[in-house]
Design a protein around this ligand. Structure first.
Ligand code: GTP
Length: 598
C-alpha cells in the first residue's frame, strides 16, 4: 500500500525555462518548506550554481501530498541539471524515476535541450507530463507551444498544464497529474536488494554518502551491503531521506529514494551507477548501469604553488566522487612542472571544476587550453590517442590525424539562419539538413569538428542570434582532417603548455592572432621578449613584447599614498595567477588565448 502511494519524478527543461522555480513552488505547495523558510531556488544548493543559474549537482527531496482523491502520496522529486554538458547526469537521475515533468517556456517554445531531455526520458521509459510555463509573460503563446509539443515531440499535449511557476499558477494541477499519471514503483520488497546509486558525496563525519533508489528488496541499518561492481562489503550505519531536512530512517524499501552511509572512506568504493545489494542474499545481476560518459575535453591543471600538488590530487579525488565523468592523471610540463591532465564533458563542466577547486579547496591553478582527443596514425602504423597537443608526434612521423566530429542541432528563429550557416561554415562545418518547426522557427543540422564547438562556438552562436538560438550536439565519430601542431616560443624557448592543434588552412591566421594576443597578455619585462608561432621548424608568425622602461609606481608620483597601495595590491592580486616560464612571467589568460579566434 505504501509502495502504491510513491511517485518518483524529475523535472526536465531547456535551460532557463523555469525548472528550479517550479521545483521551489512544488516544495512550497507540499509544505516541505514555508515560503519564509525558503531561500529562492532551494534545490540549487551550491553557491556556484546559484551564481551561474544552472543546476549541476543532483538532489532528491521527499514530499508529502494529499491529493484531491483524499489519498496521501509520497513524492520524490529528483533534480536534474539542464546544460548540454551534463546530459550524463540527467540520464543518471532519470534512471531513478518513473515520470518526468517537461517544462516548456510559453514564449520560447521547444529548444534544443528540450528535445535532448525528452529523448533521455524516453530512453528511460518515463511517463512524460508536458507543462507550459511562464504564461504570465505578455509574449506567452500557450496554444502555439501546445501545438509545437505535439508536432515536434509527438507527445499528447492536450492536458499540458498552463503554468506560471513564478506566480504559483497551475502547481496543484501538476501535482494532481503526477499522482494520476506517473506509475507507482514496481518491484518486490522481499526480493534480494537492488539499490541504484545515482549520486554520492563526501561528508567529513560519515565518509562517502550514496544517494540511492531502491529498485528491489529492503535495506536496514546494520545490514551488511555489497557493492556489485567491486564485491566490497560494508555495514550500513545510517539511512536517511531529505524532506529536505535529513530525516533518519531504520530502513528503505522499494521505491524509496534516500541516502546511505556505511563509513566508506575510499572515494573509489562508491561508484555512481553501481548497484548495492546485501552480502547475505545478493542479487544475481546488477541493474543496467549507466552508459559511462567519456570526457570530450581535456586540459592540464597545474598548482601555482608546487607544494599544493598533493592537495590538488585530493581535491580532484573528492570531486570525482560525485562526478563520475571527471577524469584525471598526473602529467608533467616543462613549462609548468607537476600537474594533472583532466578530462571533462565540455567547457562548462571544465570551468565549474576549476572554480570549485579554487573556491572549495583554495588552490590557485594555471589551466592550459582545452583540447579534444586526436587519433594519430604514425608512419609506423601505430595509432596514438593524443589528449595533449604537446604530445603530438613530429610531423614527419605522422601518417594522418583524425579528430572527433559532432552532429549539432541548432534551433533558431528564421531571421538568423544566414548568420548561423556562416558561423558553421567558418567552423569547418558540413551542412546536413534544415527543417521548419513552424512558420517562424527552424532546426538546422551540421556536422562540425568537436574542437571547434569546444572553443567559442556557443558564445558566438549566442551573440550572432541575440541569444535566441539553442544548441544540442552528439558525438558521431572520428574523421580525418588536415591538422598540424602549432608551437609557441617565448624568448626563443618552446612553451609546451601553449602548443595547440590547428587546421593547416588556418595555421597562419591563427598563429598571427595568438602571438598578438600573447603580446597583450604577457606583462613587460626588463628585457625584450620575442613571441613566435611555429609549425615544425617553420616560424609562421611573430611579435615582440617591448622591454619595460618605467616603474609602475612612477605614474603615481604626486598622488596620495592610498592610491599607490591600491595599485600595488592590484598587482599582487594579478600575480596570483601567474607562472614563471623560463624567465618570462605568463598569466593564466595567456594559456587560454588559443580559445579566442578574433
Ligand atoms: P537552470 O537551473 O539554469 O536549468 O534554469 P531553470 O530551468 O531552472 O530556470 P529557473 O527556474 O532558474 O528560471 C529561469 C528564469 O525564468 C528565472 O529568472 C525565473 O525567475 C524565470 N521564471 C521561471 N518561471 C517563470 C514564470 O512562470 N514566469 C516568468 N515570468 N518567469 C519565470
Amino acid at each position: 500500500k505504501r509502495q502504491k502511494s510513491i511517485r518518483n519524478f524529475s523535472i526536465i527543461a531547456h535551460i532557463d525555462h523555469g525548472k528550479s522555480t517550479l521545483a521551489d513552488r512544488i516544495l512550497e505547495k507540499t509544505g516541505a518548506l514555508t515560503s519564509r523558510e525558503m531561500k529562492d531556488q532551494t534545490l540549487d544548493a551550491m553557491d556556484l550554481e546559484r551564481e551561474r543559474g544552472i543546476t549541476i549537482k543532483l538532489n532528491a527531496v521527499q514530499l508529502k501530498y494529499t491529493a484531491k482523491d483524499g489519498e496521501d502520496y509520497i513524492l520524490h522529486l529528483i533534480d536534474t541539471p539542464g546544460h548540454v554538458d551534463f546530459t550524463y547526469e540527467v540520464s543518471r537521475s532519470l534512471a531513478a524515476c518513473e515520470g518526468a515533468v517537461l517544462v516548456v517556456d510559453a514564449a520560447q517554445g521547444i529548444e534544443a535541450q528540450t528535445l535532448a531531455n525528452v529523448y533521455l526520458a524516453l530512453d528511460n521509459d518515463l511517463e512524460i507530463l508536458p507543462i507550459i510555463n511562464k504564461i504570465d509573460l505578455p509574449s506567452a503563446d500557450v496554444e502555439r507551444v501546445r501545438q509545437e509539443i505535439e508536432d515536434v515531440i509527438g507527445l499528447d499535449a492536450s492536458e499540458a498544464v498552463p503554468t506560471s511557476a513564478k506566480a504559483g499558477i497551475g502547481i496543484e494541477e501538476i501535482l494532481e497529474q503526477i499522482v494520476e499519471k506517473v506509475p507507482a514503483p514496481t518491484g518486490d520488497p522481499s526480493a534480494p536488494l537492488e539499490a541504484l546509486i545515482f549520486d554520492s558525496y563526501y561528508d567529513a563525519y560519515r565518509g562517502v554518502v550514496a544517494s540511492i533508489r531502491i529498485v528491489n528488496g529492503t535495506v536496514k541499518v546494520g545490514d551488511k551491503i555489497r557493492m556489485m561492481s567491486t564485491g566490497k562489503d560494508f555495514e550500513v550505519l545510517e539511512l536517511a531521506v531529505a524532506t529536505p531536512k535529513p530525516l533518519r530512517q531504520q530502513e528503505l524499501t522499494v521505491g524509496d529514494v534516500g541516502t546511505l552511509s556505511a563509513s566508506i572512506k575510499t572515494v573509489g568504493d562508491v561508484r555512481v551507477g553501481d548497484t548495492i545489494t546485501l552480502a547475505k542474499q545478493p542479487a544475481t545481476e546488477a541493474l543496467p548501469g549507466y552508459r559511462k560518459m567519456n570526457p570530450m575535453v581535456y586540459c592540464g591543471l597545474y598548482p601555482i604553488d608546487a607544494a599544493k600538488y598533493n592537495d590538488l590530487r585530493e581535491a580532484l579525488e573528492k570531486l570525482q566522487l560525485s562526478d563520475a565523468a571527471l577524469e584525471f592523471e598526473p602529467e608533467t610540463s616543462q613549462a609548468l612542472g607537476f600537474g594533472f591532465r583532466c578530462g571533462f564533458l565540455g567547457m562548462l563542466h571544465m570551468e565549474i571544476i576549476q572554480e570549485r577547486i579554487e573556491r572549495e579547496f583554495n588552490i590557485d591553478m594555471i589551466t592550459t587550453a582545452p583540447s579534444v582527443i586526436y587519433h594519430v596514425t604514425t608512419t609506423a602504423g601505430e595509432v596514438l590517442h593524443v589528449d595533449n597537443p604537446s604530445k603530438m608526434p613530429d610531423q614527419q612521423k605522422v601518417e594522418f590525424i583524425e579528430e572527433p566530429f559532432v552532429k549539432a542541432a541548432v534551433m533558431t528563429p528564421n531571421d538568423y539562419v544566414g548568420a548561423i550557416m556562416e558561423l558553421c561554415q567558418k567552423k569547418r562545418g558540413t551542412f546536413v539538413d534544415m527543417q521548419y518547426i513552424d512558420t517562424t522557427r527552424v532546426k538546422i543540422t551540421y556536422e562540425l569538428p568537436l574542437s571547434e564547438i569546444v572553443y567559442d562556438f556557443f558564445d558566438q552562436l549566442k551573440s550572432s542570434t541575440k541569444g535566441y538560438a539553442s544548441l544540442d550536439y552528439e558525438l558521431i565519430g572520428y574523421q580525418q582532417s588536415r591538422l598540424v601542431k602549432m608551437d609557441i616560443l617565448l624568448n626563443n624557448e618552446n612553451v609546451d603548455a601553449l602548443s595547440f592543434i590547428v587546421h593547416r588552412d588556418f595555421a597562419y591566421e591563427r598563429g598571427k592572432v595568438i602571438v598578438d594576443k600573447l603580446k597583450e597578455l604577457i606583462p613587460r619585462m626588463q628585457f625584450e621578449v620575442p613571441i613566435q608561432a611555429a609549425v615544425g621548424t617553420k616560424i609562421v608568425a611573430r611579435s615582440t613584447i617591448k622591454a619595460l622602461r618605467k616603474n609602475v609606481l612612477a605614474k603615481c608620483y604626486g598622488g596620495d599614498i592610498s592610491r599607490k597601495r591600491k595599485l600595488l595590491e592590484k598587482q599582487k592580486e594579478g600575480k596570483k595567477r601567474m607562472k614563471m616560464v623560463g624567465s618570462v612571467e605568463v598569466p593564466q589568460e595567456a594559456f587560454m588565448s588559443v580559445l579566442s579566434m578574433d
